[in-house]
Design a protein around this ligand. Structure first.
Ligand SMILES: Cc1cc2nc3c(=O)[nH]c(=O)nc-3n(C[C@H](O)[C@H](O)[C@H](O)COP(=O)(O)OP(=O)(O)OC[C@H]3O[C@@H](n4cnc5c(N)ncnc54)[C@H](O)[C@@H]3O)c2cc1C
Length: 386
């Protein structure tokens, strides 16, 4: 293993792979990515639903998505690796006056950002989504550039492209702490279970595990792990392709096509912070019942796979993309709060700019600074969280 690198990226999920790629692309020095597991992308990234959408309630989240969707649309040309990407749209079903009001406001934001989002009245929803039980549905929004993509393709694609540009990727290496200089202003060495690595700059891309690792450098980064479940059915053809990712925000139910079957997700809001990821069968039952209520045809589908993974949640459901003061050379790119896959391209690009230029240039990311948590007045919560 290398014992020295200009840039050490810790964490080999979609975010770390993207950061390594964008740093390597700038040719500013040696890049080393460390992942404790045997393979990349086995944690939150490998457990995720693959959804990619720009329909967010805050401008910064929508802009992170638009930057990322641009990158996904030119993926094969730029990354030169395969990418299963289906832009079949996202349809948000609106089942209360409050949701209609909030989405009307968001719709104005999206229009200002140049997004073409259809506003559907109930009759149009019924026609476009014949599989939906219309009970309570007062309208819906549909954005054709939204969709879903393969998390493994994204992680492997960035990792392979980063390697081609000279980055080194070491798996099976767990970071356990830091060695700091005498003034406590900089990380000098990354301590791992395979030895110490002298580091110029260090980027934490450790998702749900960021808080304990940052704490070892004396910085509190409020990212909490929250368990979320998924069920994938056996082959299922009763809903005609292409059908959009369909989301019922009132229950947080969502479903889309997956490997010939249907992927069903829903959030259990009674779950608190913790690293436990045993699949909760009772809640799994509730997910299926809710899915059959909203799309009765799903009663014909048989569950085949199920799993539980971790969201990496901040108090306002936005990531932390910042240098971790008072340290001069420790950065954080984590806490995407359940939207990290879709934001991976923007995350890597902006982090490389922050680290190399001292400031992100492609987007104003001041709202993603760690300091916002010290001033609750600066927090703008993302409402469209599922
Ligand atoms: C059920 C579910 C559904 C989801 N659906 C979506 C979706 O539809 N769309 C979307 O955009 N997002 C979705 N997400 C969220 C998405 O998966 C995450 O936001 C994203 O994967 C975060 O990527 P990451 O690279 O930051 O984290 P991870 O993929 O968790 O990667 C972090 C890596 O850091 C490594 N690591 C941690 N500590 C250390 C250490 N000390 N030393 C070395 N390595 C370390 C870990 O092993 C891990 O591989 C979903 C998540 C879940 C659980």
């Amino acid at each position: 293993m290398l014992n020295k690198a200009d840039f050490v990226v810790v964490g080999g999920g979609c975010i770390g792979a993207s950061v390594a790629y964008y740093l390597a692309k700038r040719k500013a020095g040696s890049v080393l990515l460390l992942e404790r597991n045997e393979f990349l992308g086995q944690e939150s990234t490998g457990k995720c639903a693959g959804g990619i959408r720009a329909q967010f309630s805050t401008e910064i989240n929508a802009r992170l998505s638009l930057l990322s969707i641009d990158a996904f649309e030119r993926w094969e040309q730029e990354i030169q690796e395969p990418f299963q990407y289906r832009q079949w749209g996202y349809c948000f079903l609106l089942t209360s006056d409050e949701l209609v009001k909030n989405f009307r406001k968001s719709h104005a934001l999206w229009t200002r950002l140049g997004m073409k989002v259809d506003w559907l009245e109930p009759a149009q929803v019924e026609k476009r989504l014949p599989y939906v039980n219309m009970e309570g549905v007062r309208g819906a929004t549909f954005h054709a550039r939204d969709g879903f993509g393969d998390p493994n393709d994204i992680t492997q694609g960035y990792a392979k492209a980063a390697r081609r540009l000279g980055a080194r990727i070491e798996t099976g290496v767990a970071v356990s702490g830091w060695r700091r200089d005498k003034l406590n202003r900089a990380i000098t060495h990354v301590i791992t279970d395979k030895g110490e690595i002298e580091a110029g700059r260090v980027i934490l891309a450790t998702g749900a595990w960021t808080r304990p690792l940052a704490a070892k450098a004396g910085v509190d980064v409020p990212i909490d792990p929250i368990a979320r479940q998924i069920i994938v059915t056996d082959k299922f053809d009763d809903i005609e392709d292409p059908f959009p990712m369909t989301v019922d925000l009132s229950t947080t139910l969502y479903f889309h096509r997956e490997s010939g079957g249907v992927l069903i997700g829903m959030s259990d809001h009674s779950v608190g912070a913790g690293f436990e990821t045993t699949f909760n069968e009772d809640f799994g039952e509730k997910m299926l019942v809710t899915a059959m209520e909203r799309a009765p045809v799903l009663a014909n589908a048989s569950p085949k796979h199920k799993w539980c993974g971790l969201y990496e949640v901040t108090p306002d459901h936005h990531p932390v993309l910042d240098r971790l003061a008072p340290l001069d050379n420790l950065y954080c790119c984590a806490g995407f709060s359940g939207h990290g896959l879709m934001h991976a391209p923007a995350a890597g690009l902006l982090t490389a700019e922050l680290v190399l230029d001292g400031k992100a240039r492609s987007l104003d990311i001041s709202q993603l600074a760690l300091g916002r948590f010290a001033d609750p007045g600066r927090l703008h919560d993302e409402a469209n969280v599922i």
